[in-house]
Write a protein that binds this ligand. Structure first.
Ligand code: PHE
Length: 344
């Protein structure tokens, strides 16, 4: 029996040694130390031994069992350590690899142009005012000196929702709304950006939805020269100090007199080229002195107060400034287009 124990011990230690993973080690443990294991088997057979032999073999069996148990524990620790090391190695992160660049958004070009104009005017004491895009016939037309049936309504083909409701065709209704709120007391000094809608067929220069920025300054003694000075500051801010402006007579029902502002062509410097259609000038915006009827309808005394107003299209400004040839680029939102202007 002693020999058997010695052989078992040697075998067990060899197998513990060569166990390559925790499962194999567990099998070894069960085979030698389990309930039906080899060592247990020896202990069970001790009854057949003589009285003298029993304690000697018993002690040896215990020693062998302890030795094997200890070897298994030591091996277990080694295997665990190896397993962790292997996992660490496999899951190691190479911190020197270059990262995946994330896409950073930016302002839409139209928003940048609008903000730029807002900033210029707020620096001159204007406030930003907004109004609804679904507008009443009254504010979109009537309060702007365009009574029902007035032929000048044809200048702006409209999307009507009902007889009295439509998608606003310009930002000018915000003038009338804001003046109403002031209850006849000036000054009113506002800049109104927003979306507008017209029944147009979309092409390179037309869109059924576009943006406008409106400006309005009503106070005592506001004159044409104030308008001209303001537009001059605006033109130079947008297109450069060396740009000239000129005002041409025009017609808008809500302004009298009405003008259109041109800037000298930046491409040819005024000599005439394809951009300015050989005229040396490029049309930028409409403006004028607020019609007395508009002031009166909004509750302002037109003998005491006067004002100027102007309206422009940020799309047109952006197209001229950045050489964009198709207005649809602003709305189709191809990131390859938009990205070029993220830093504008
Ligand atoms: N509302 C006019 C348009 O959309 C522009 C404009 C605004 C003209 C203010 C004069 C004064 O065409």
């Amino acid at each position: 029996m002693k020999e058997r124990l010695q052989t078992l011990k040697q075998e067990a230690l060899d197998q513990v040694n060569s166990a390559s993973d925790q499962r194999a080690l567990q099998d070894v443990k069960v085979y030698y130390l389990g309930k039906k294991g080899q060592i247990t088997d020896v202990l069970k057979g001790m009854g057949k031994l003589s009285k003298e032999e029993r304690p000697v073999v018993g002690q040896l069996a215990n020693e062998v069992r302890d030795e094997i148990t200890e070897a298994i524990e030591t091996k277990q620790q080694t295997l665990e350590k190896q397993a962790i090391e292997k996992q660490l190695q496999e899951e190691a992160v190479d911190v020197t690899l270059p990262g995946k660049p994330s896409q950073i958004g930016g302002s839409h070009l139209l928003m940048s142009v609008i903000r730029d104009i807002e900033d210029l005017f707020t620096s001159m004491g204007y406030q930003v005012a907004e109004g609804p895009e679904v507008e009443t016939d009254y504010y979109n037309f009537e309060a702007l000196n365009l009574p029902k049936g007035h032929p000048a309504r044809d200048m702006q083909d409209s999307f009507y929702i009902t007889e009295e409701l439509l998608m606003r065709t310009h930002t000018s209704p915000v003038q009338a709304r804001t003046m109403n709120k002031h209850e006849g007391k000036g000054p009113v000094k506002i800049i109104c950006p927003g979306k507008v809608y017209r029944r147009d067929t979309d092409d390179a220069t037309h869109s059924h939805q576009f943006t406008q920025i409106e400006g309005l300054y009503v106070d005592e003694n506001i004159r044409m020269s104030d308008l001209k000075g303001t537009l001059n500051v605006l033109a130079k801010h947008l297109f450069g100090e060396d740009r000239e402006i000129r005002l041409r007579p025009s017609f808008f029902p809500f302004t009298e007199p009405s003008v259109e502002m041109d800037i000298s062509c930046k491409v040819c410097g005024g000599d005439g080229c394809s951009v300015c259609k050989k005229t040396g000038w490029i049309e930028i915006l409409g403006a004028g002195l607020v019609h007395p009827n508009v002031l009166e309808m909004a509750g302002f005394d037109s003998n005491k107060y006067s004002g100027f107003a102007f309206g422009m299209g940020p799309e047109r400004i952006a197209m001229l400034k950045y050489g964009i040839e198709d207005i649809r680029h602003f709305y189709t939102n191809d990131v390859r287009f938009l990205k070029q202007f993220h830093r504008v």
